[in-house]
Design a protein around this ligand. Structure first.
Ligand code: HEC
Length: 140
C-alpha cells in the first residue's frame, strides 16, 4: 500500500462518522486523563462528579476579572445555553445531555480546558480536574 493510501485509510478510520458513538470517544478521553492522574498521584482512585461540580461552581477569581467562575460563561445551570462573558457570543449548553457532541473531540477538549481554566483559575486544570469536570457534565 502506498503511503498516501495508508494515510487516507487512517483518516477514514479516524473520522467521526466511522467511529462509534461520541460516548466511546468520551470514555477514551476519560481513560487518557485517568492514566495521567495515576501517573501524577499513585493514590488516585477515580474521578468524582461532586469534585467536578465544586470546581465548576466555585468563584476562583484567579484569572480574567470578567470570568471569576466557569459559570460566568457556562451559567449555573449546565443544561442551559451559556454566554461568553468576554465576547457576548452564545455557547451551547455544557451538559452532555443537552449537547451530545460534547467531550468527544480530544483536541477541542484539551484546547478549552487550557484556555478556560487559565481564564478562571489563573492556571491550567490538572488531569484529575479535567476528568472530574467531564464526569460531572456527563451526568448532567
Ligand atoms: C470566557 C468564557 C468561558 C469560561 C469562563 C469558561 N468556558 Fe468553557 N467554553 C467556553 C466556550 C466559548 C466553549 C466552546 C463552546 C462550544 O463549543 O459551543 C467552551 C467549551 C468548554 C469545553 C469543551 C467542551 C466540549 O465541547 O468538548 C470544556 C471542557 C470547558 N469549556 C470547560 C470549562 C471549565 C472547566 C471552565 C471553568 C474552569 C470553563 N470552561 C469556563 C467558554 C468559557
Amino acid at each position: 500500500m502506498t503511503r498516501l493510501a495508508a494515510a487516507a485509510l487512517l483518516a477514514l478510520v479516524l473520522s467521526p462518522a466511522t467511529l462509534a458513538a461520541a460516548d466511546g470517544q468520551q470514555a477514551a478521553i476519560l481513560d487518557a486523563y485517568a492514566a495521567k492522574a495515576r501517573a501524577a498521584d499513585p493514590a488516585f482512585t477515580g474521578f468524582s462528579a461532586a469534585r467536578g461540580e465544586a470546581l465548576f461552581r466555585r468563584e476562583w477569581n484567579g484569572g480574567d476579572p470578567r470570568t471569576p467562575a466557569c459559570t460566568s460563561c457556562h451559567t449555573a445551570n449546565p443544561k442551559q445555553p451559556g454566554r461568553n462573558a468576554k465576547t457576548g457570543r452564545p455557547i451551547d449548553p455544557a451538559a452532555a445531555s443537552a449537547s451530545p457532541e460534547r467531550y468527544a473531540d480530544p483536541g477541542k477538549v484539551e484546547k478549552h480546558f487550557s484556555r478556560d481554566c487559565k481564564s478562571v483559575l489563573g492556571r491550567d486544570c490538572t488531569a484529575i480536574e479535567r476528568g472530574d469536570h467531564i464526569t460531572f457534565m456527563a451526568g448532567q
